[in-house]
Design a protein around this ligand. Structure first.
Ligand code: RFL
Ligand code: PHB
Length: 393
């Protein structure tokens, strides 16, 4: 078996693996990234759209901010639509000057892939059977199959950045890990279409027919979602049915302004909350979706991946530069503290804005009161805004 060496072996070339790889590369720490899919597949995935200022700062730090600052859209607020009325949440005013950046995860990934290539970082795509080993001891290693050959990577640390379905979390003995999960009884059907967005800010709509979200990727590309049944198939949703359903769930003035057109991407995402504890097992660290999943309602998944990366990077930097284990030892606790707060916020947004089948009459009234309180109280909106732009690292 061919054997190579690196300092940190990173499993997964999603945003967390690529961002961690670049931060480490920039301070002279050697990494190898192993990715199961093809580069084309990684670059084609359509997912998140909203970046917190903290995520923007990290992307700036690794030198990939230029295109984001040119093409990304700075949003100072968004709307919650309820009972035919749109209520603006003024992020900037409520948070003392903070905004979010609307810039697609697809673009973030492309910028990070290009940067890694330009700076000579090693990424192996189509790596099969990736498996971390020996992370309980001081000589961890990762094995995989690459271009028909077995490869062993000896390293000092393993970063499991391989998403919810990855190999890293599965490699941990069951007795060492505790998981928490909540599955919501619906999904989000999302489309992309090259039509002008209905509004220059996002609209989160609560409606008796179900939740809807109007988002965007650019002034000429819209990203729309509607709550759908958990078992729905994409084939059951023609473009016409999608546009009709979206318009029905928006206030009249917005519905009238929706520009329709052919969709070029359509997919259904299930909604779940999931947390694995702890996020460190000896020399293996879980990062991003490998450790936790949130429903997309709060726009937190990618941003949580970025804050995990920040904590792990600080720990590894201190380990290598100062020979101090303290920050690395604090990784799991720091990352979980922030993750649980985002899990709570995403759960709360999801509960407040969606229709639940078979909700008890009492719970219906609580749902109505939650919305009425949030939309009527400056204090409640300040808490919403604080969480939406992202809690401090
Ligand atoms: P990823 O992006 O899943 O990347 C993991 C990578 O690991 C690879 N992999 C493996 N590689 C080697 N060996 C294996 N055995 C492997 N198994 C998997 C995968 O191919 C992949 O390349 O995880 P990462 O990097 O932690 O990033 C997490 C984010 O992608 C995710 O949290 C967000 O997309 C969530 N999300 C949103 N987050 C936000 O912050 N703001 C949003 O507005 C937002 N909107 C969304 C979202 C997610 C959505 N979906 C589809 C789940 C909207 C949607 C619809
Ligand atoms: C998106 O643009 O894809 C998006 C925006 C906000 C969310 C979720 C997804 O809360």
């Amino acid at each position: 078996m061919k054997t190579v060496r690196t300092q940190v072996c990173i499993i997964g070339a999603g945003p967390s693996g690529l961002l961690l790889g670049q931060l480490l590369h920039d301070i002279g720490i050697d990494t190898i990234v192993l990715e199961r899919s093809t580069r084309a597949h990684v670059l084609a995935r359509v997912r998140a759209g909203v970046l917190e200022p903290g995520t923007v700062g990290l992307l700036d730090q690794v030198g990939v901010g230029a295109r984001m600052h040119t093409e990304g859209l700075v949003h100072d607020g968004f709307a919650i639509a309820h009972d035919g009325v749109s209520h603006r949440i003024d992020l900037k005013r409520l948070t003392g000057g903070k905004s979010v950046m609307v810039y697609g995860q697809t673009e973030v990934t492309r910028d990070l892939v290009d940067r890694r290539t330009a700076t000579g970082g090693v990424t192996h795509y189509e790596a099969e059977n990736v498996e971390p080993h020996g992370f309980d001891g001081v000589h961890p290693f990762v094995t995989c199959r690459l271009e028909g050959e077995d490869l062993r990577i000896d390293c000092e640390f393993i970063a499991g950045c391989d998403g919810f379905h990855g190999a890293s979390r599965r490699a941990v003995p069951e007795a060492a890990i505790r998981t928490f999960e909540k599955v919501y009884p619906f999904g989000w059907l999302g489309i992309l279409a090259d039509v002008a967005p209905v509004s220059h800010e996002l609209i989160y709509a609560n409606h008796p027919r179900g939740f809807a979200l109007c988002s965007m990727r650019s002034p000429s590309r819209s990203r729309y979602y509607v709550q759908c049944n958990a078992g729905d198939s994409v084939e059951a949703w023609s473009d016409e049915r999608f546009w009709d359903e979206l318009r029905r769930r928006l206030p009249e003035s917005a519905a009238d302004a929706v520009v329709t057109g052919p969709s070029f991407e359509k997919s259904i995402a299930p909604l779940r909350s999931f947390v694995a504890e702890p996020m460190r097992f000896g020399r293996l660290f879980l990062v991003g979706d490998a450790a936790h999943i949130v429903p997309p309602t709060g726009a937190k998944g990618l941003n949580l991946a970025a804050s995990d990366v920040h904590y792990l990077f600080e720990g590894l930097r201190e380990h290598y530069r100062d020979r101090s284990p303290l920050t690395l030892d604090a990784y799991s606790a720091r990352a979980l503290d922030r993750a649980w707060k985002a899990v709570r916020f995403s759960w709360w947004m999801t509960m407040m804005l969606h229709q639940f089948p078979d909700r008890a009459p009492f719970d219906e009234r609580i749902h109505d009161a939650e919305l009425a309180y949030t939309l009527g109280s400056e204090t409640a909106q300040a808490a919403l805004a604080e969480n939406y732009v992202g809690l401090p690292y």
